[in-house]
Design a protein around this ligand. Sequence first.
Ligand SMILES: C[S@@+](CC[C@H](N)C(=O)[O-])C[C@H]1O[C@@H](n2cnc3c(N)ncnc32)[C@H](O)[C@@H]1O
Length: 260
Amino acid sequence: MGFYFLSYPGMGLNVSEILAEVARKYSQPEEVEEMNRLFSEKSGLITPEQTLLGLYFPYPCRVLDIGCGVGREAIALAKQGYRVTGIDIAKPLVVAARRNAITENARINFQETDGLYIDMPEKSFDLVVIFSQTIEHVPTRSARITLLREARRVLVPNGFLFISAHDRYHPTMSALRSVFEIINDSGAEEGDVYLKNIQGIASAGKAFMHYSTPSEMRSELADAGFNVWQFARHTDLGGDAGMDRLFYMVCSSQSLESTL
Ligand SMILES: C[S@@+](CC[C@H](N)C(=O)[O-])C[C@H]1O[C@@H](n2cnc3c(N)ncnc32)[C@H](O)[C@@H]1O
């Protein structure tokens, strides 16, 4: 898999090493099993994701799901008639997603791919979704912008991106304190942590996370060429108050000039 060998010159943290570590953590059998358990228990889109879909794409379109895991949102989308491609850097998750799709009778193209290097033609999708702590696993502002630019490249000119992330200053973040340690390495950015436990279970190793803020995310999206159409907190979109640390942005790949 390519991401082990990619180099990202000029960055403080070693992006390829950190992403390989994230992939290794998610590839452990306990993690895959836990994601499969969550999938079978509460499969489907959560209320805020479904709300956004209903507002912007209440009709079938071509969707790319970056960080698809075992297929939670990809399978739910396919069952609603969307034409879905799901990508993830952790191969065992992609294998599990393919199995889950067969069980659920959903036709989806799942691929083991790093979101920073999407081997797909430009203008292939109407909608890209990056949900549920995926962008957070990408270290450095610069690499996150690379991933967002890839999302923009594969979108049609008037396509949309839905992205969700944790707000590091939200009061409900205190609920996570026991599962992460702050990174003090040189080159680390504010909000960088190592998660010891990513799916509610303790497996070996650690996973990088960058807890962002809405203004940081806006700036990264702008540098990737996106315009933010809507910002919403989890509860604004019908989500439960305990998870209000999640925020959502709806972005258009259309250039500002072409909307004037
Ligand atoms: C918290 S899980 C979310 C999975 C799924 N979206 C869900 O909600 O069930 C984050 C996922 O992002 C994937 N991921 C992290 N960095 C990635 C990257 N650079 N490219 C593709 N997938 C990535 C991880 O392997 C993991 O499956």
